[in-house]
Design a protein around this ligand. Sequence first.
Ligand code: GDP
Length: 140
Amino acid sequence: MAKGTLTLTMIKPYAVEHGYVGPILARINEAGFRITAMKYLQLSPRQAEAFYEVHRGKPFFERLTKFMCDGPIVAAILEKENAVDDYRSLIGATDPTKAEEGTLRKLFGASIEHNAVHGSDSDENALRESDFFFSQLERF
Ligand code: GDP
């Protein structure tokens, strides 16, 4: 099978706490993504701020980075043809109230902040975010 492109996802603390890891991973598999790396970890404030560096200075930056440290997350690299765009379609709009029916954020998100999952927004960011979490030895 031809190798696809990559995207980086995080299942955020709210969704982990509510028991949505299994249902979210099942939908990721059903949608044809291959998990090439995965880990369960809790971000430190410094790590969350580094991950979301592009949002520094925005009104929601502090709440976002604090919330992302509230508990463990699942981080994973997903592979598929057209991975970034297809995963953005699977997760839906940033605000769950505006996300389409059946999307991960509609199904499992509570609010624009507690929106269940992250998905990279470009191939360039997918690589940067994958390198943030995973060494080459941790990818399969
Ligand atoms: P994404 O690419 O769809 O995740 O959206 P962004 O990159 O714009 O924002 C990153 C994350 O910040 C989102 O997933 C939300 O958790 C949070 N966020 C974005 N916009 C807002 C906002 O207006 N208010 C709050 N509270 N959080 C936001």
